[in-house]
Design a protein. Structure first.
Length: 173
């Protein structure tokens, strides 16, 4: 993600901003956010009679958030000699940058991509040792995770495609 951020600061006397003390930076950094799972928290059930392996994943989590400091682009830089932006303010701005990147990545489907990658990995791994077994992966809310175009057998025997199941789950949000 490329995140644009602004850092503003000016000296104040009571509630009034003092002239010639405004410092302002408008800049961007690339931030790499990695979503994934702690597989040590996953659980599995094996139904040998029906040849079904059920895997229950924990919550998706942020595994890392790294700012690429070499990607800095400065759009505006106006620092007052009467008011320098401190290292603490800069550190706070970088924290805010990471939080913004995590929110934007989540909104842009990065968690969904991590979930789909996990399902593909789990199924591939399980098929190596148990090629005749069906592998069902569930999210932390105990909902079956389907890849695009897949269908799930519901308890009443009917089937539901992943397109309609994702539409119904997104309408709850």
């Amino acid at each position: 993600m490329t995140v644009v951020n602004q850092t503003d600061d000016s000296k104040h006397l009571f509630s009034w901003g003092l002239p010639f003390t405004e410092s302002k930076y408008l800049y961007s950094y690339n931030v790499v956010i990695k979503f994934g799972y702690d597989f040590t928290k996953a659980t599995e059930d094996v139904d040998q009679e029906n040849k079904v392996i059920s895997v229950h994943l924990p919550e998706t989590e942020v595994l890392s958030d790294e700012v690429d400091y070499d990607s800095l682009t400065v759009y505006e830089e106006n620092e007052s000699p009467l008011n320098n932006i401190s290292l603490q303010e800069n550190n706070d701005a970088v924290k805010q940058l990471k939080e913004t990147a995590e929110r934007d990545a989540t909104n842009n489907g990065a968690m969904d991509a991590a979930q789909q990658n996990a399902v593909t990995f789990i199924r591939s791994f399980a098929k190596q040792g148990w090629p005749d077994y069906k592998v069902i992966v569930y999210d932390s809310n105990n909902q079956e995770i389907l890849l695009p175009g897949e269908e799930s057998q519901l308890p009443d025997g009917s089937s539901q495609s992943s397109l309609s199941s994702s539409a119904s789950s997104s309408s709850k949000d």
